[in-house]
Design a protein around this ligand. Sequence first.
Ligand code: GDP
Ligand code: IMO
Ligand code: MG
Length: 422
Amino acid sequence: MQTMAIIGAQWGDEGKGKITDLLAEKCDLVVRYQGGHNAGHTIWVNGQKTVLHVIPSGVLHPHCLSVIGHGVVLEPENFLNELSKIKTITNVSPENLKLSSNATVITSYHKLLDAARESQGSEKIGTTGKGIGPAYEDKVSRHGIKVKDLFDKDTLLKKLSIGFSEKAVLFKHLYLMEIPPLDQEVDRLYKLGMKLKDYVTDTFGLIDEKLSLGKKVLYEGAQGILLDIDYGTYPFVTSSSTAGAGIYTGAGIPGKKLDEVMGVAKAYTTRVGEGPFPTELFDDLGAEIQTKGHEFGATTGRKRRCGWLDLPLLRYAIKCSHLTSIALTKLDILSNLKDLKVCYAYEVNGKIIDCAYPGMNLYEAKPLYKSFTPFHDDFSGGKPSKEFEHYLHFIQEGLGIPVGIYAYGPDRNQVVFHQKYF
Ligand code: GDP
Ligand code: IMO
Ligand code: MG
């Protein structure tokens, strides 16, 4: 096994950071390929918490090369701040952290535009407000600024002014907002560019070289498949390809294929921001899971909405990204609950549906639940209870792929392996 992907199988925050950090120990490279600092990936090691936003979650293993691929949208100031913070915890240098010269830059205008749109009540997506959508829009409209453009003031001014004239009209006449003048933004970005220049390289070529040397590569997804721009619950999605396809466009696996694609899923479901959520719990149990699971966004601090595990959505995620196994997290949060359920299918207009599909109207889906006898495991090393095994078996059978890892606490070591990786 040489290449593996770790992808969120729900609406993000499934525990990708923890699982990536865990497996990174055995890898040579950890690669981010999409999204930006909208991501918040949490790692706990010996009681110390680290939250990563755009730096890959292999960074706590200094032997591991961290790569930010060209599909990522990068906010230079945030990147440099994250870098300074992480340098206080572990050894990071241009030797073991590489940023693609072709990644797209998030400018001040993108952030302001994101905020302006979100403040217009009716069309609210509940974004993280980081400028992700507007930056990807500029990339697709071919007005994007690339990291390599930061190193030459004239190029930067020329490229930034193309999109600026349109944006200036929007801000002035639609959003009635003042924005930083073009010269000021060029100066700001240029200065930031100079500070990150040493980390910048052709990451595609680098991954190609490492793969041909037999190095092991772990691709770390951000967000989750249900937030994918094409496969997700559009329009309540992020603006990148969070499903497996994003790996091929956002970083590349030159000359190779993925050997293993692990989907990370919580044993229940959470969602931040707006959008449909068939198994959402509005009762005391939902509130209990939210509190017990500390379900607050790692990037924005917003409360995460909570609900039961949803197999029709997970089966869909498996098909979208050819998932080969699942890491099931946060089982400790379900232990000792007074009620335990899993949604195994939906009823939609009198029909039973056991797998979602692109564009499905999830507001029409009535979840059908199987109830389980609650388990009371503390996972401290003893044999799992019959109730827990029954529950896990049902999920595994219902998904048709193995639960290769399950997690029962935030710490790196609070996991049980059912399958060997690398
Ligand atoms: P990511 O975005 O997928 O990396 O996930 P986040 O870091 O945003 O959110 C997952 C949260 O759950 C973090 O606070 C993790 O520390 C925590 N976590 C991960 N796995 C487990 C687990 O098995 N049990 C508990 N209690 N917490 C976990
Ligand atoms: P990680 O990688 C959970 C959600 C936002 C919003 C929608 C669009 O930590 O799992 P955006 O700012 O991307 O335009 O917001 O996507 N969202 C996430 N939800 N985890 C994330 O990342 C998310 N990144 C974006 O809440 O609903
Ligand atoms: Mg997160």
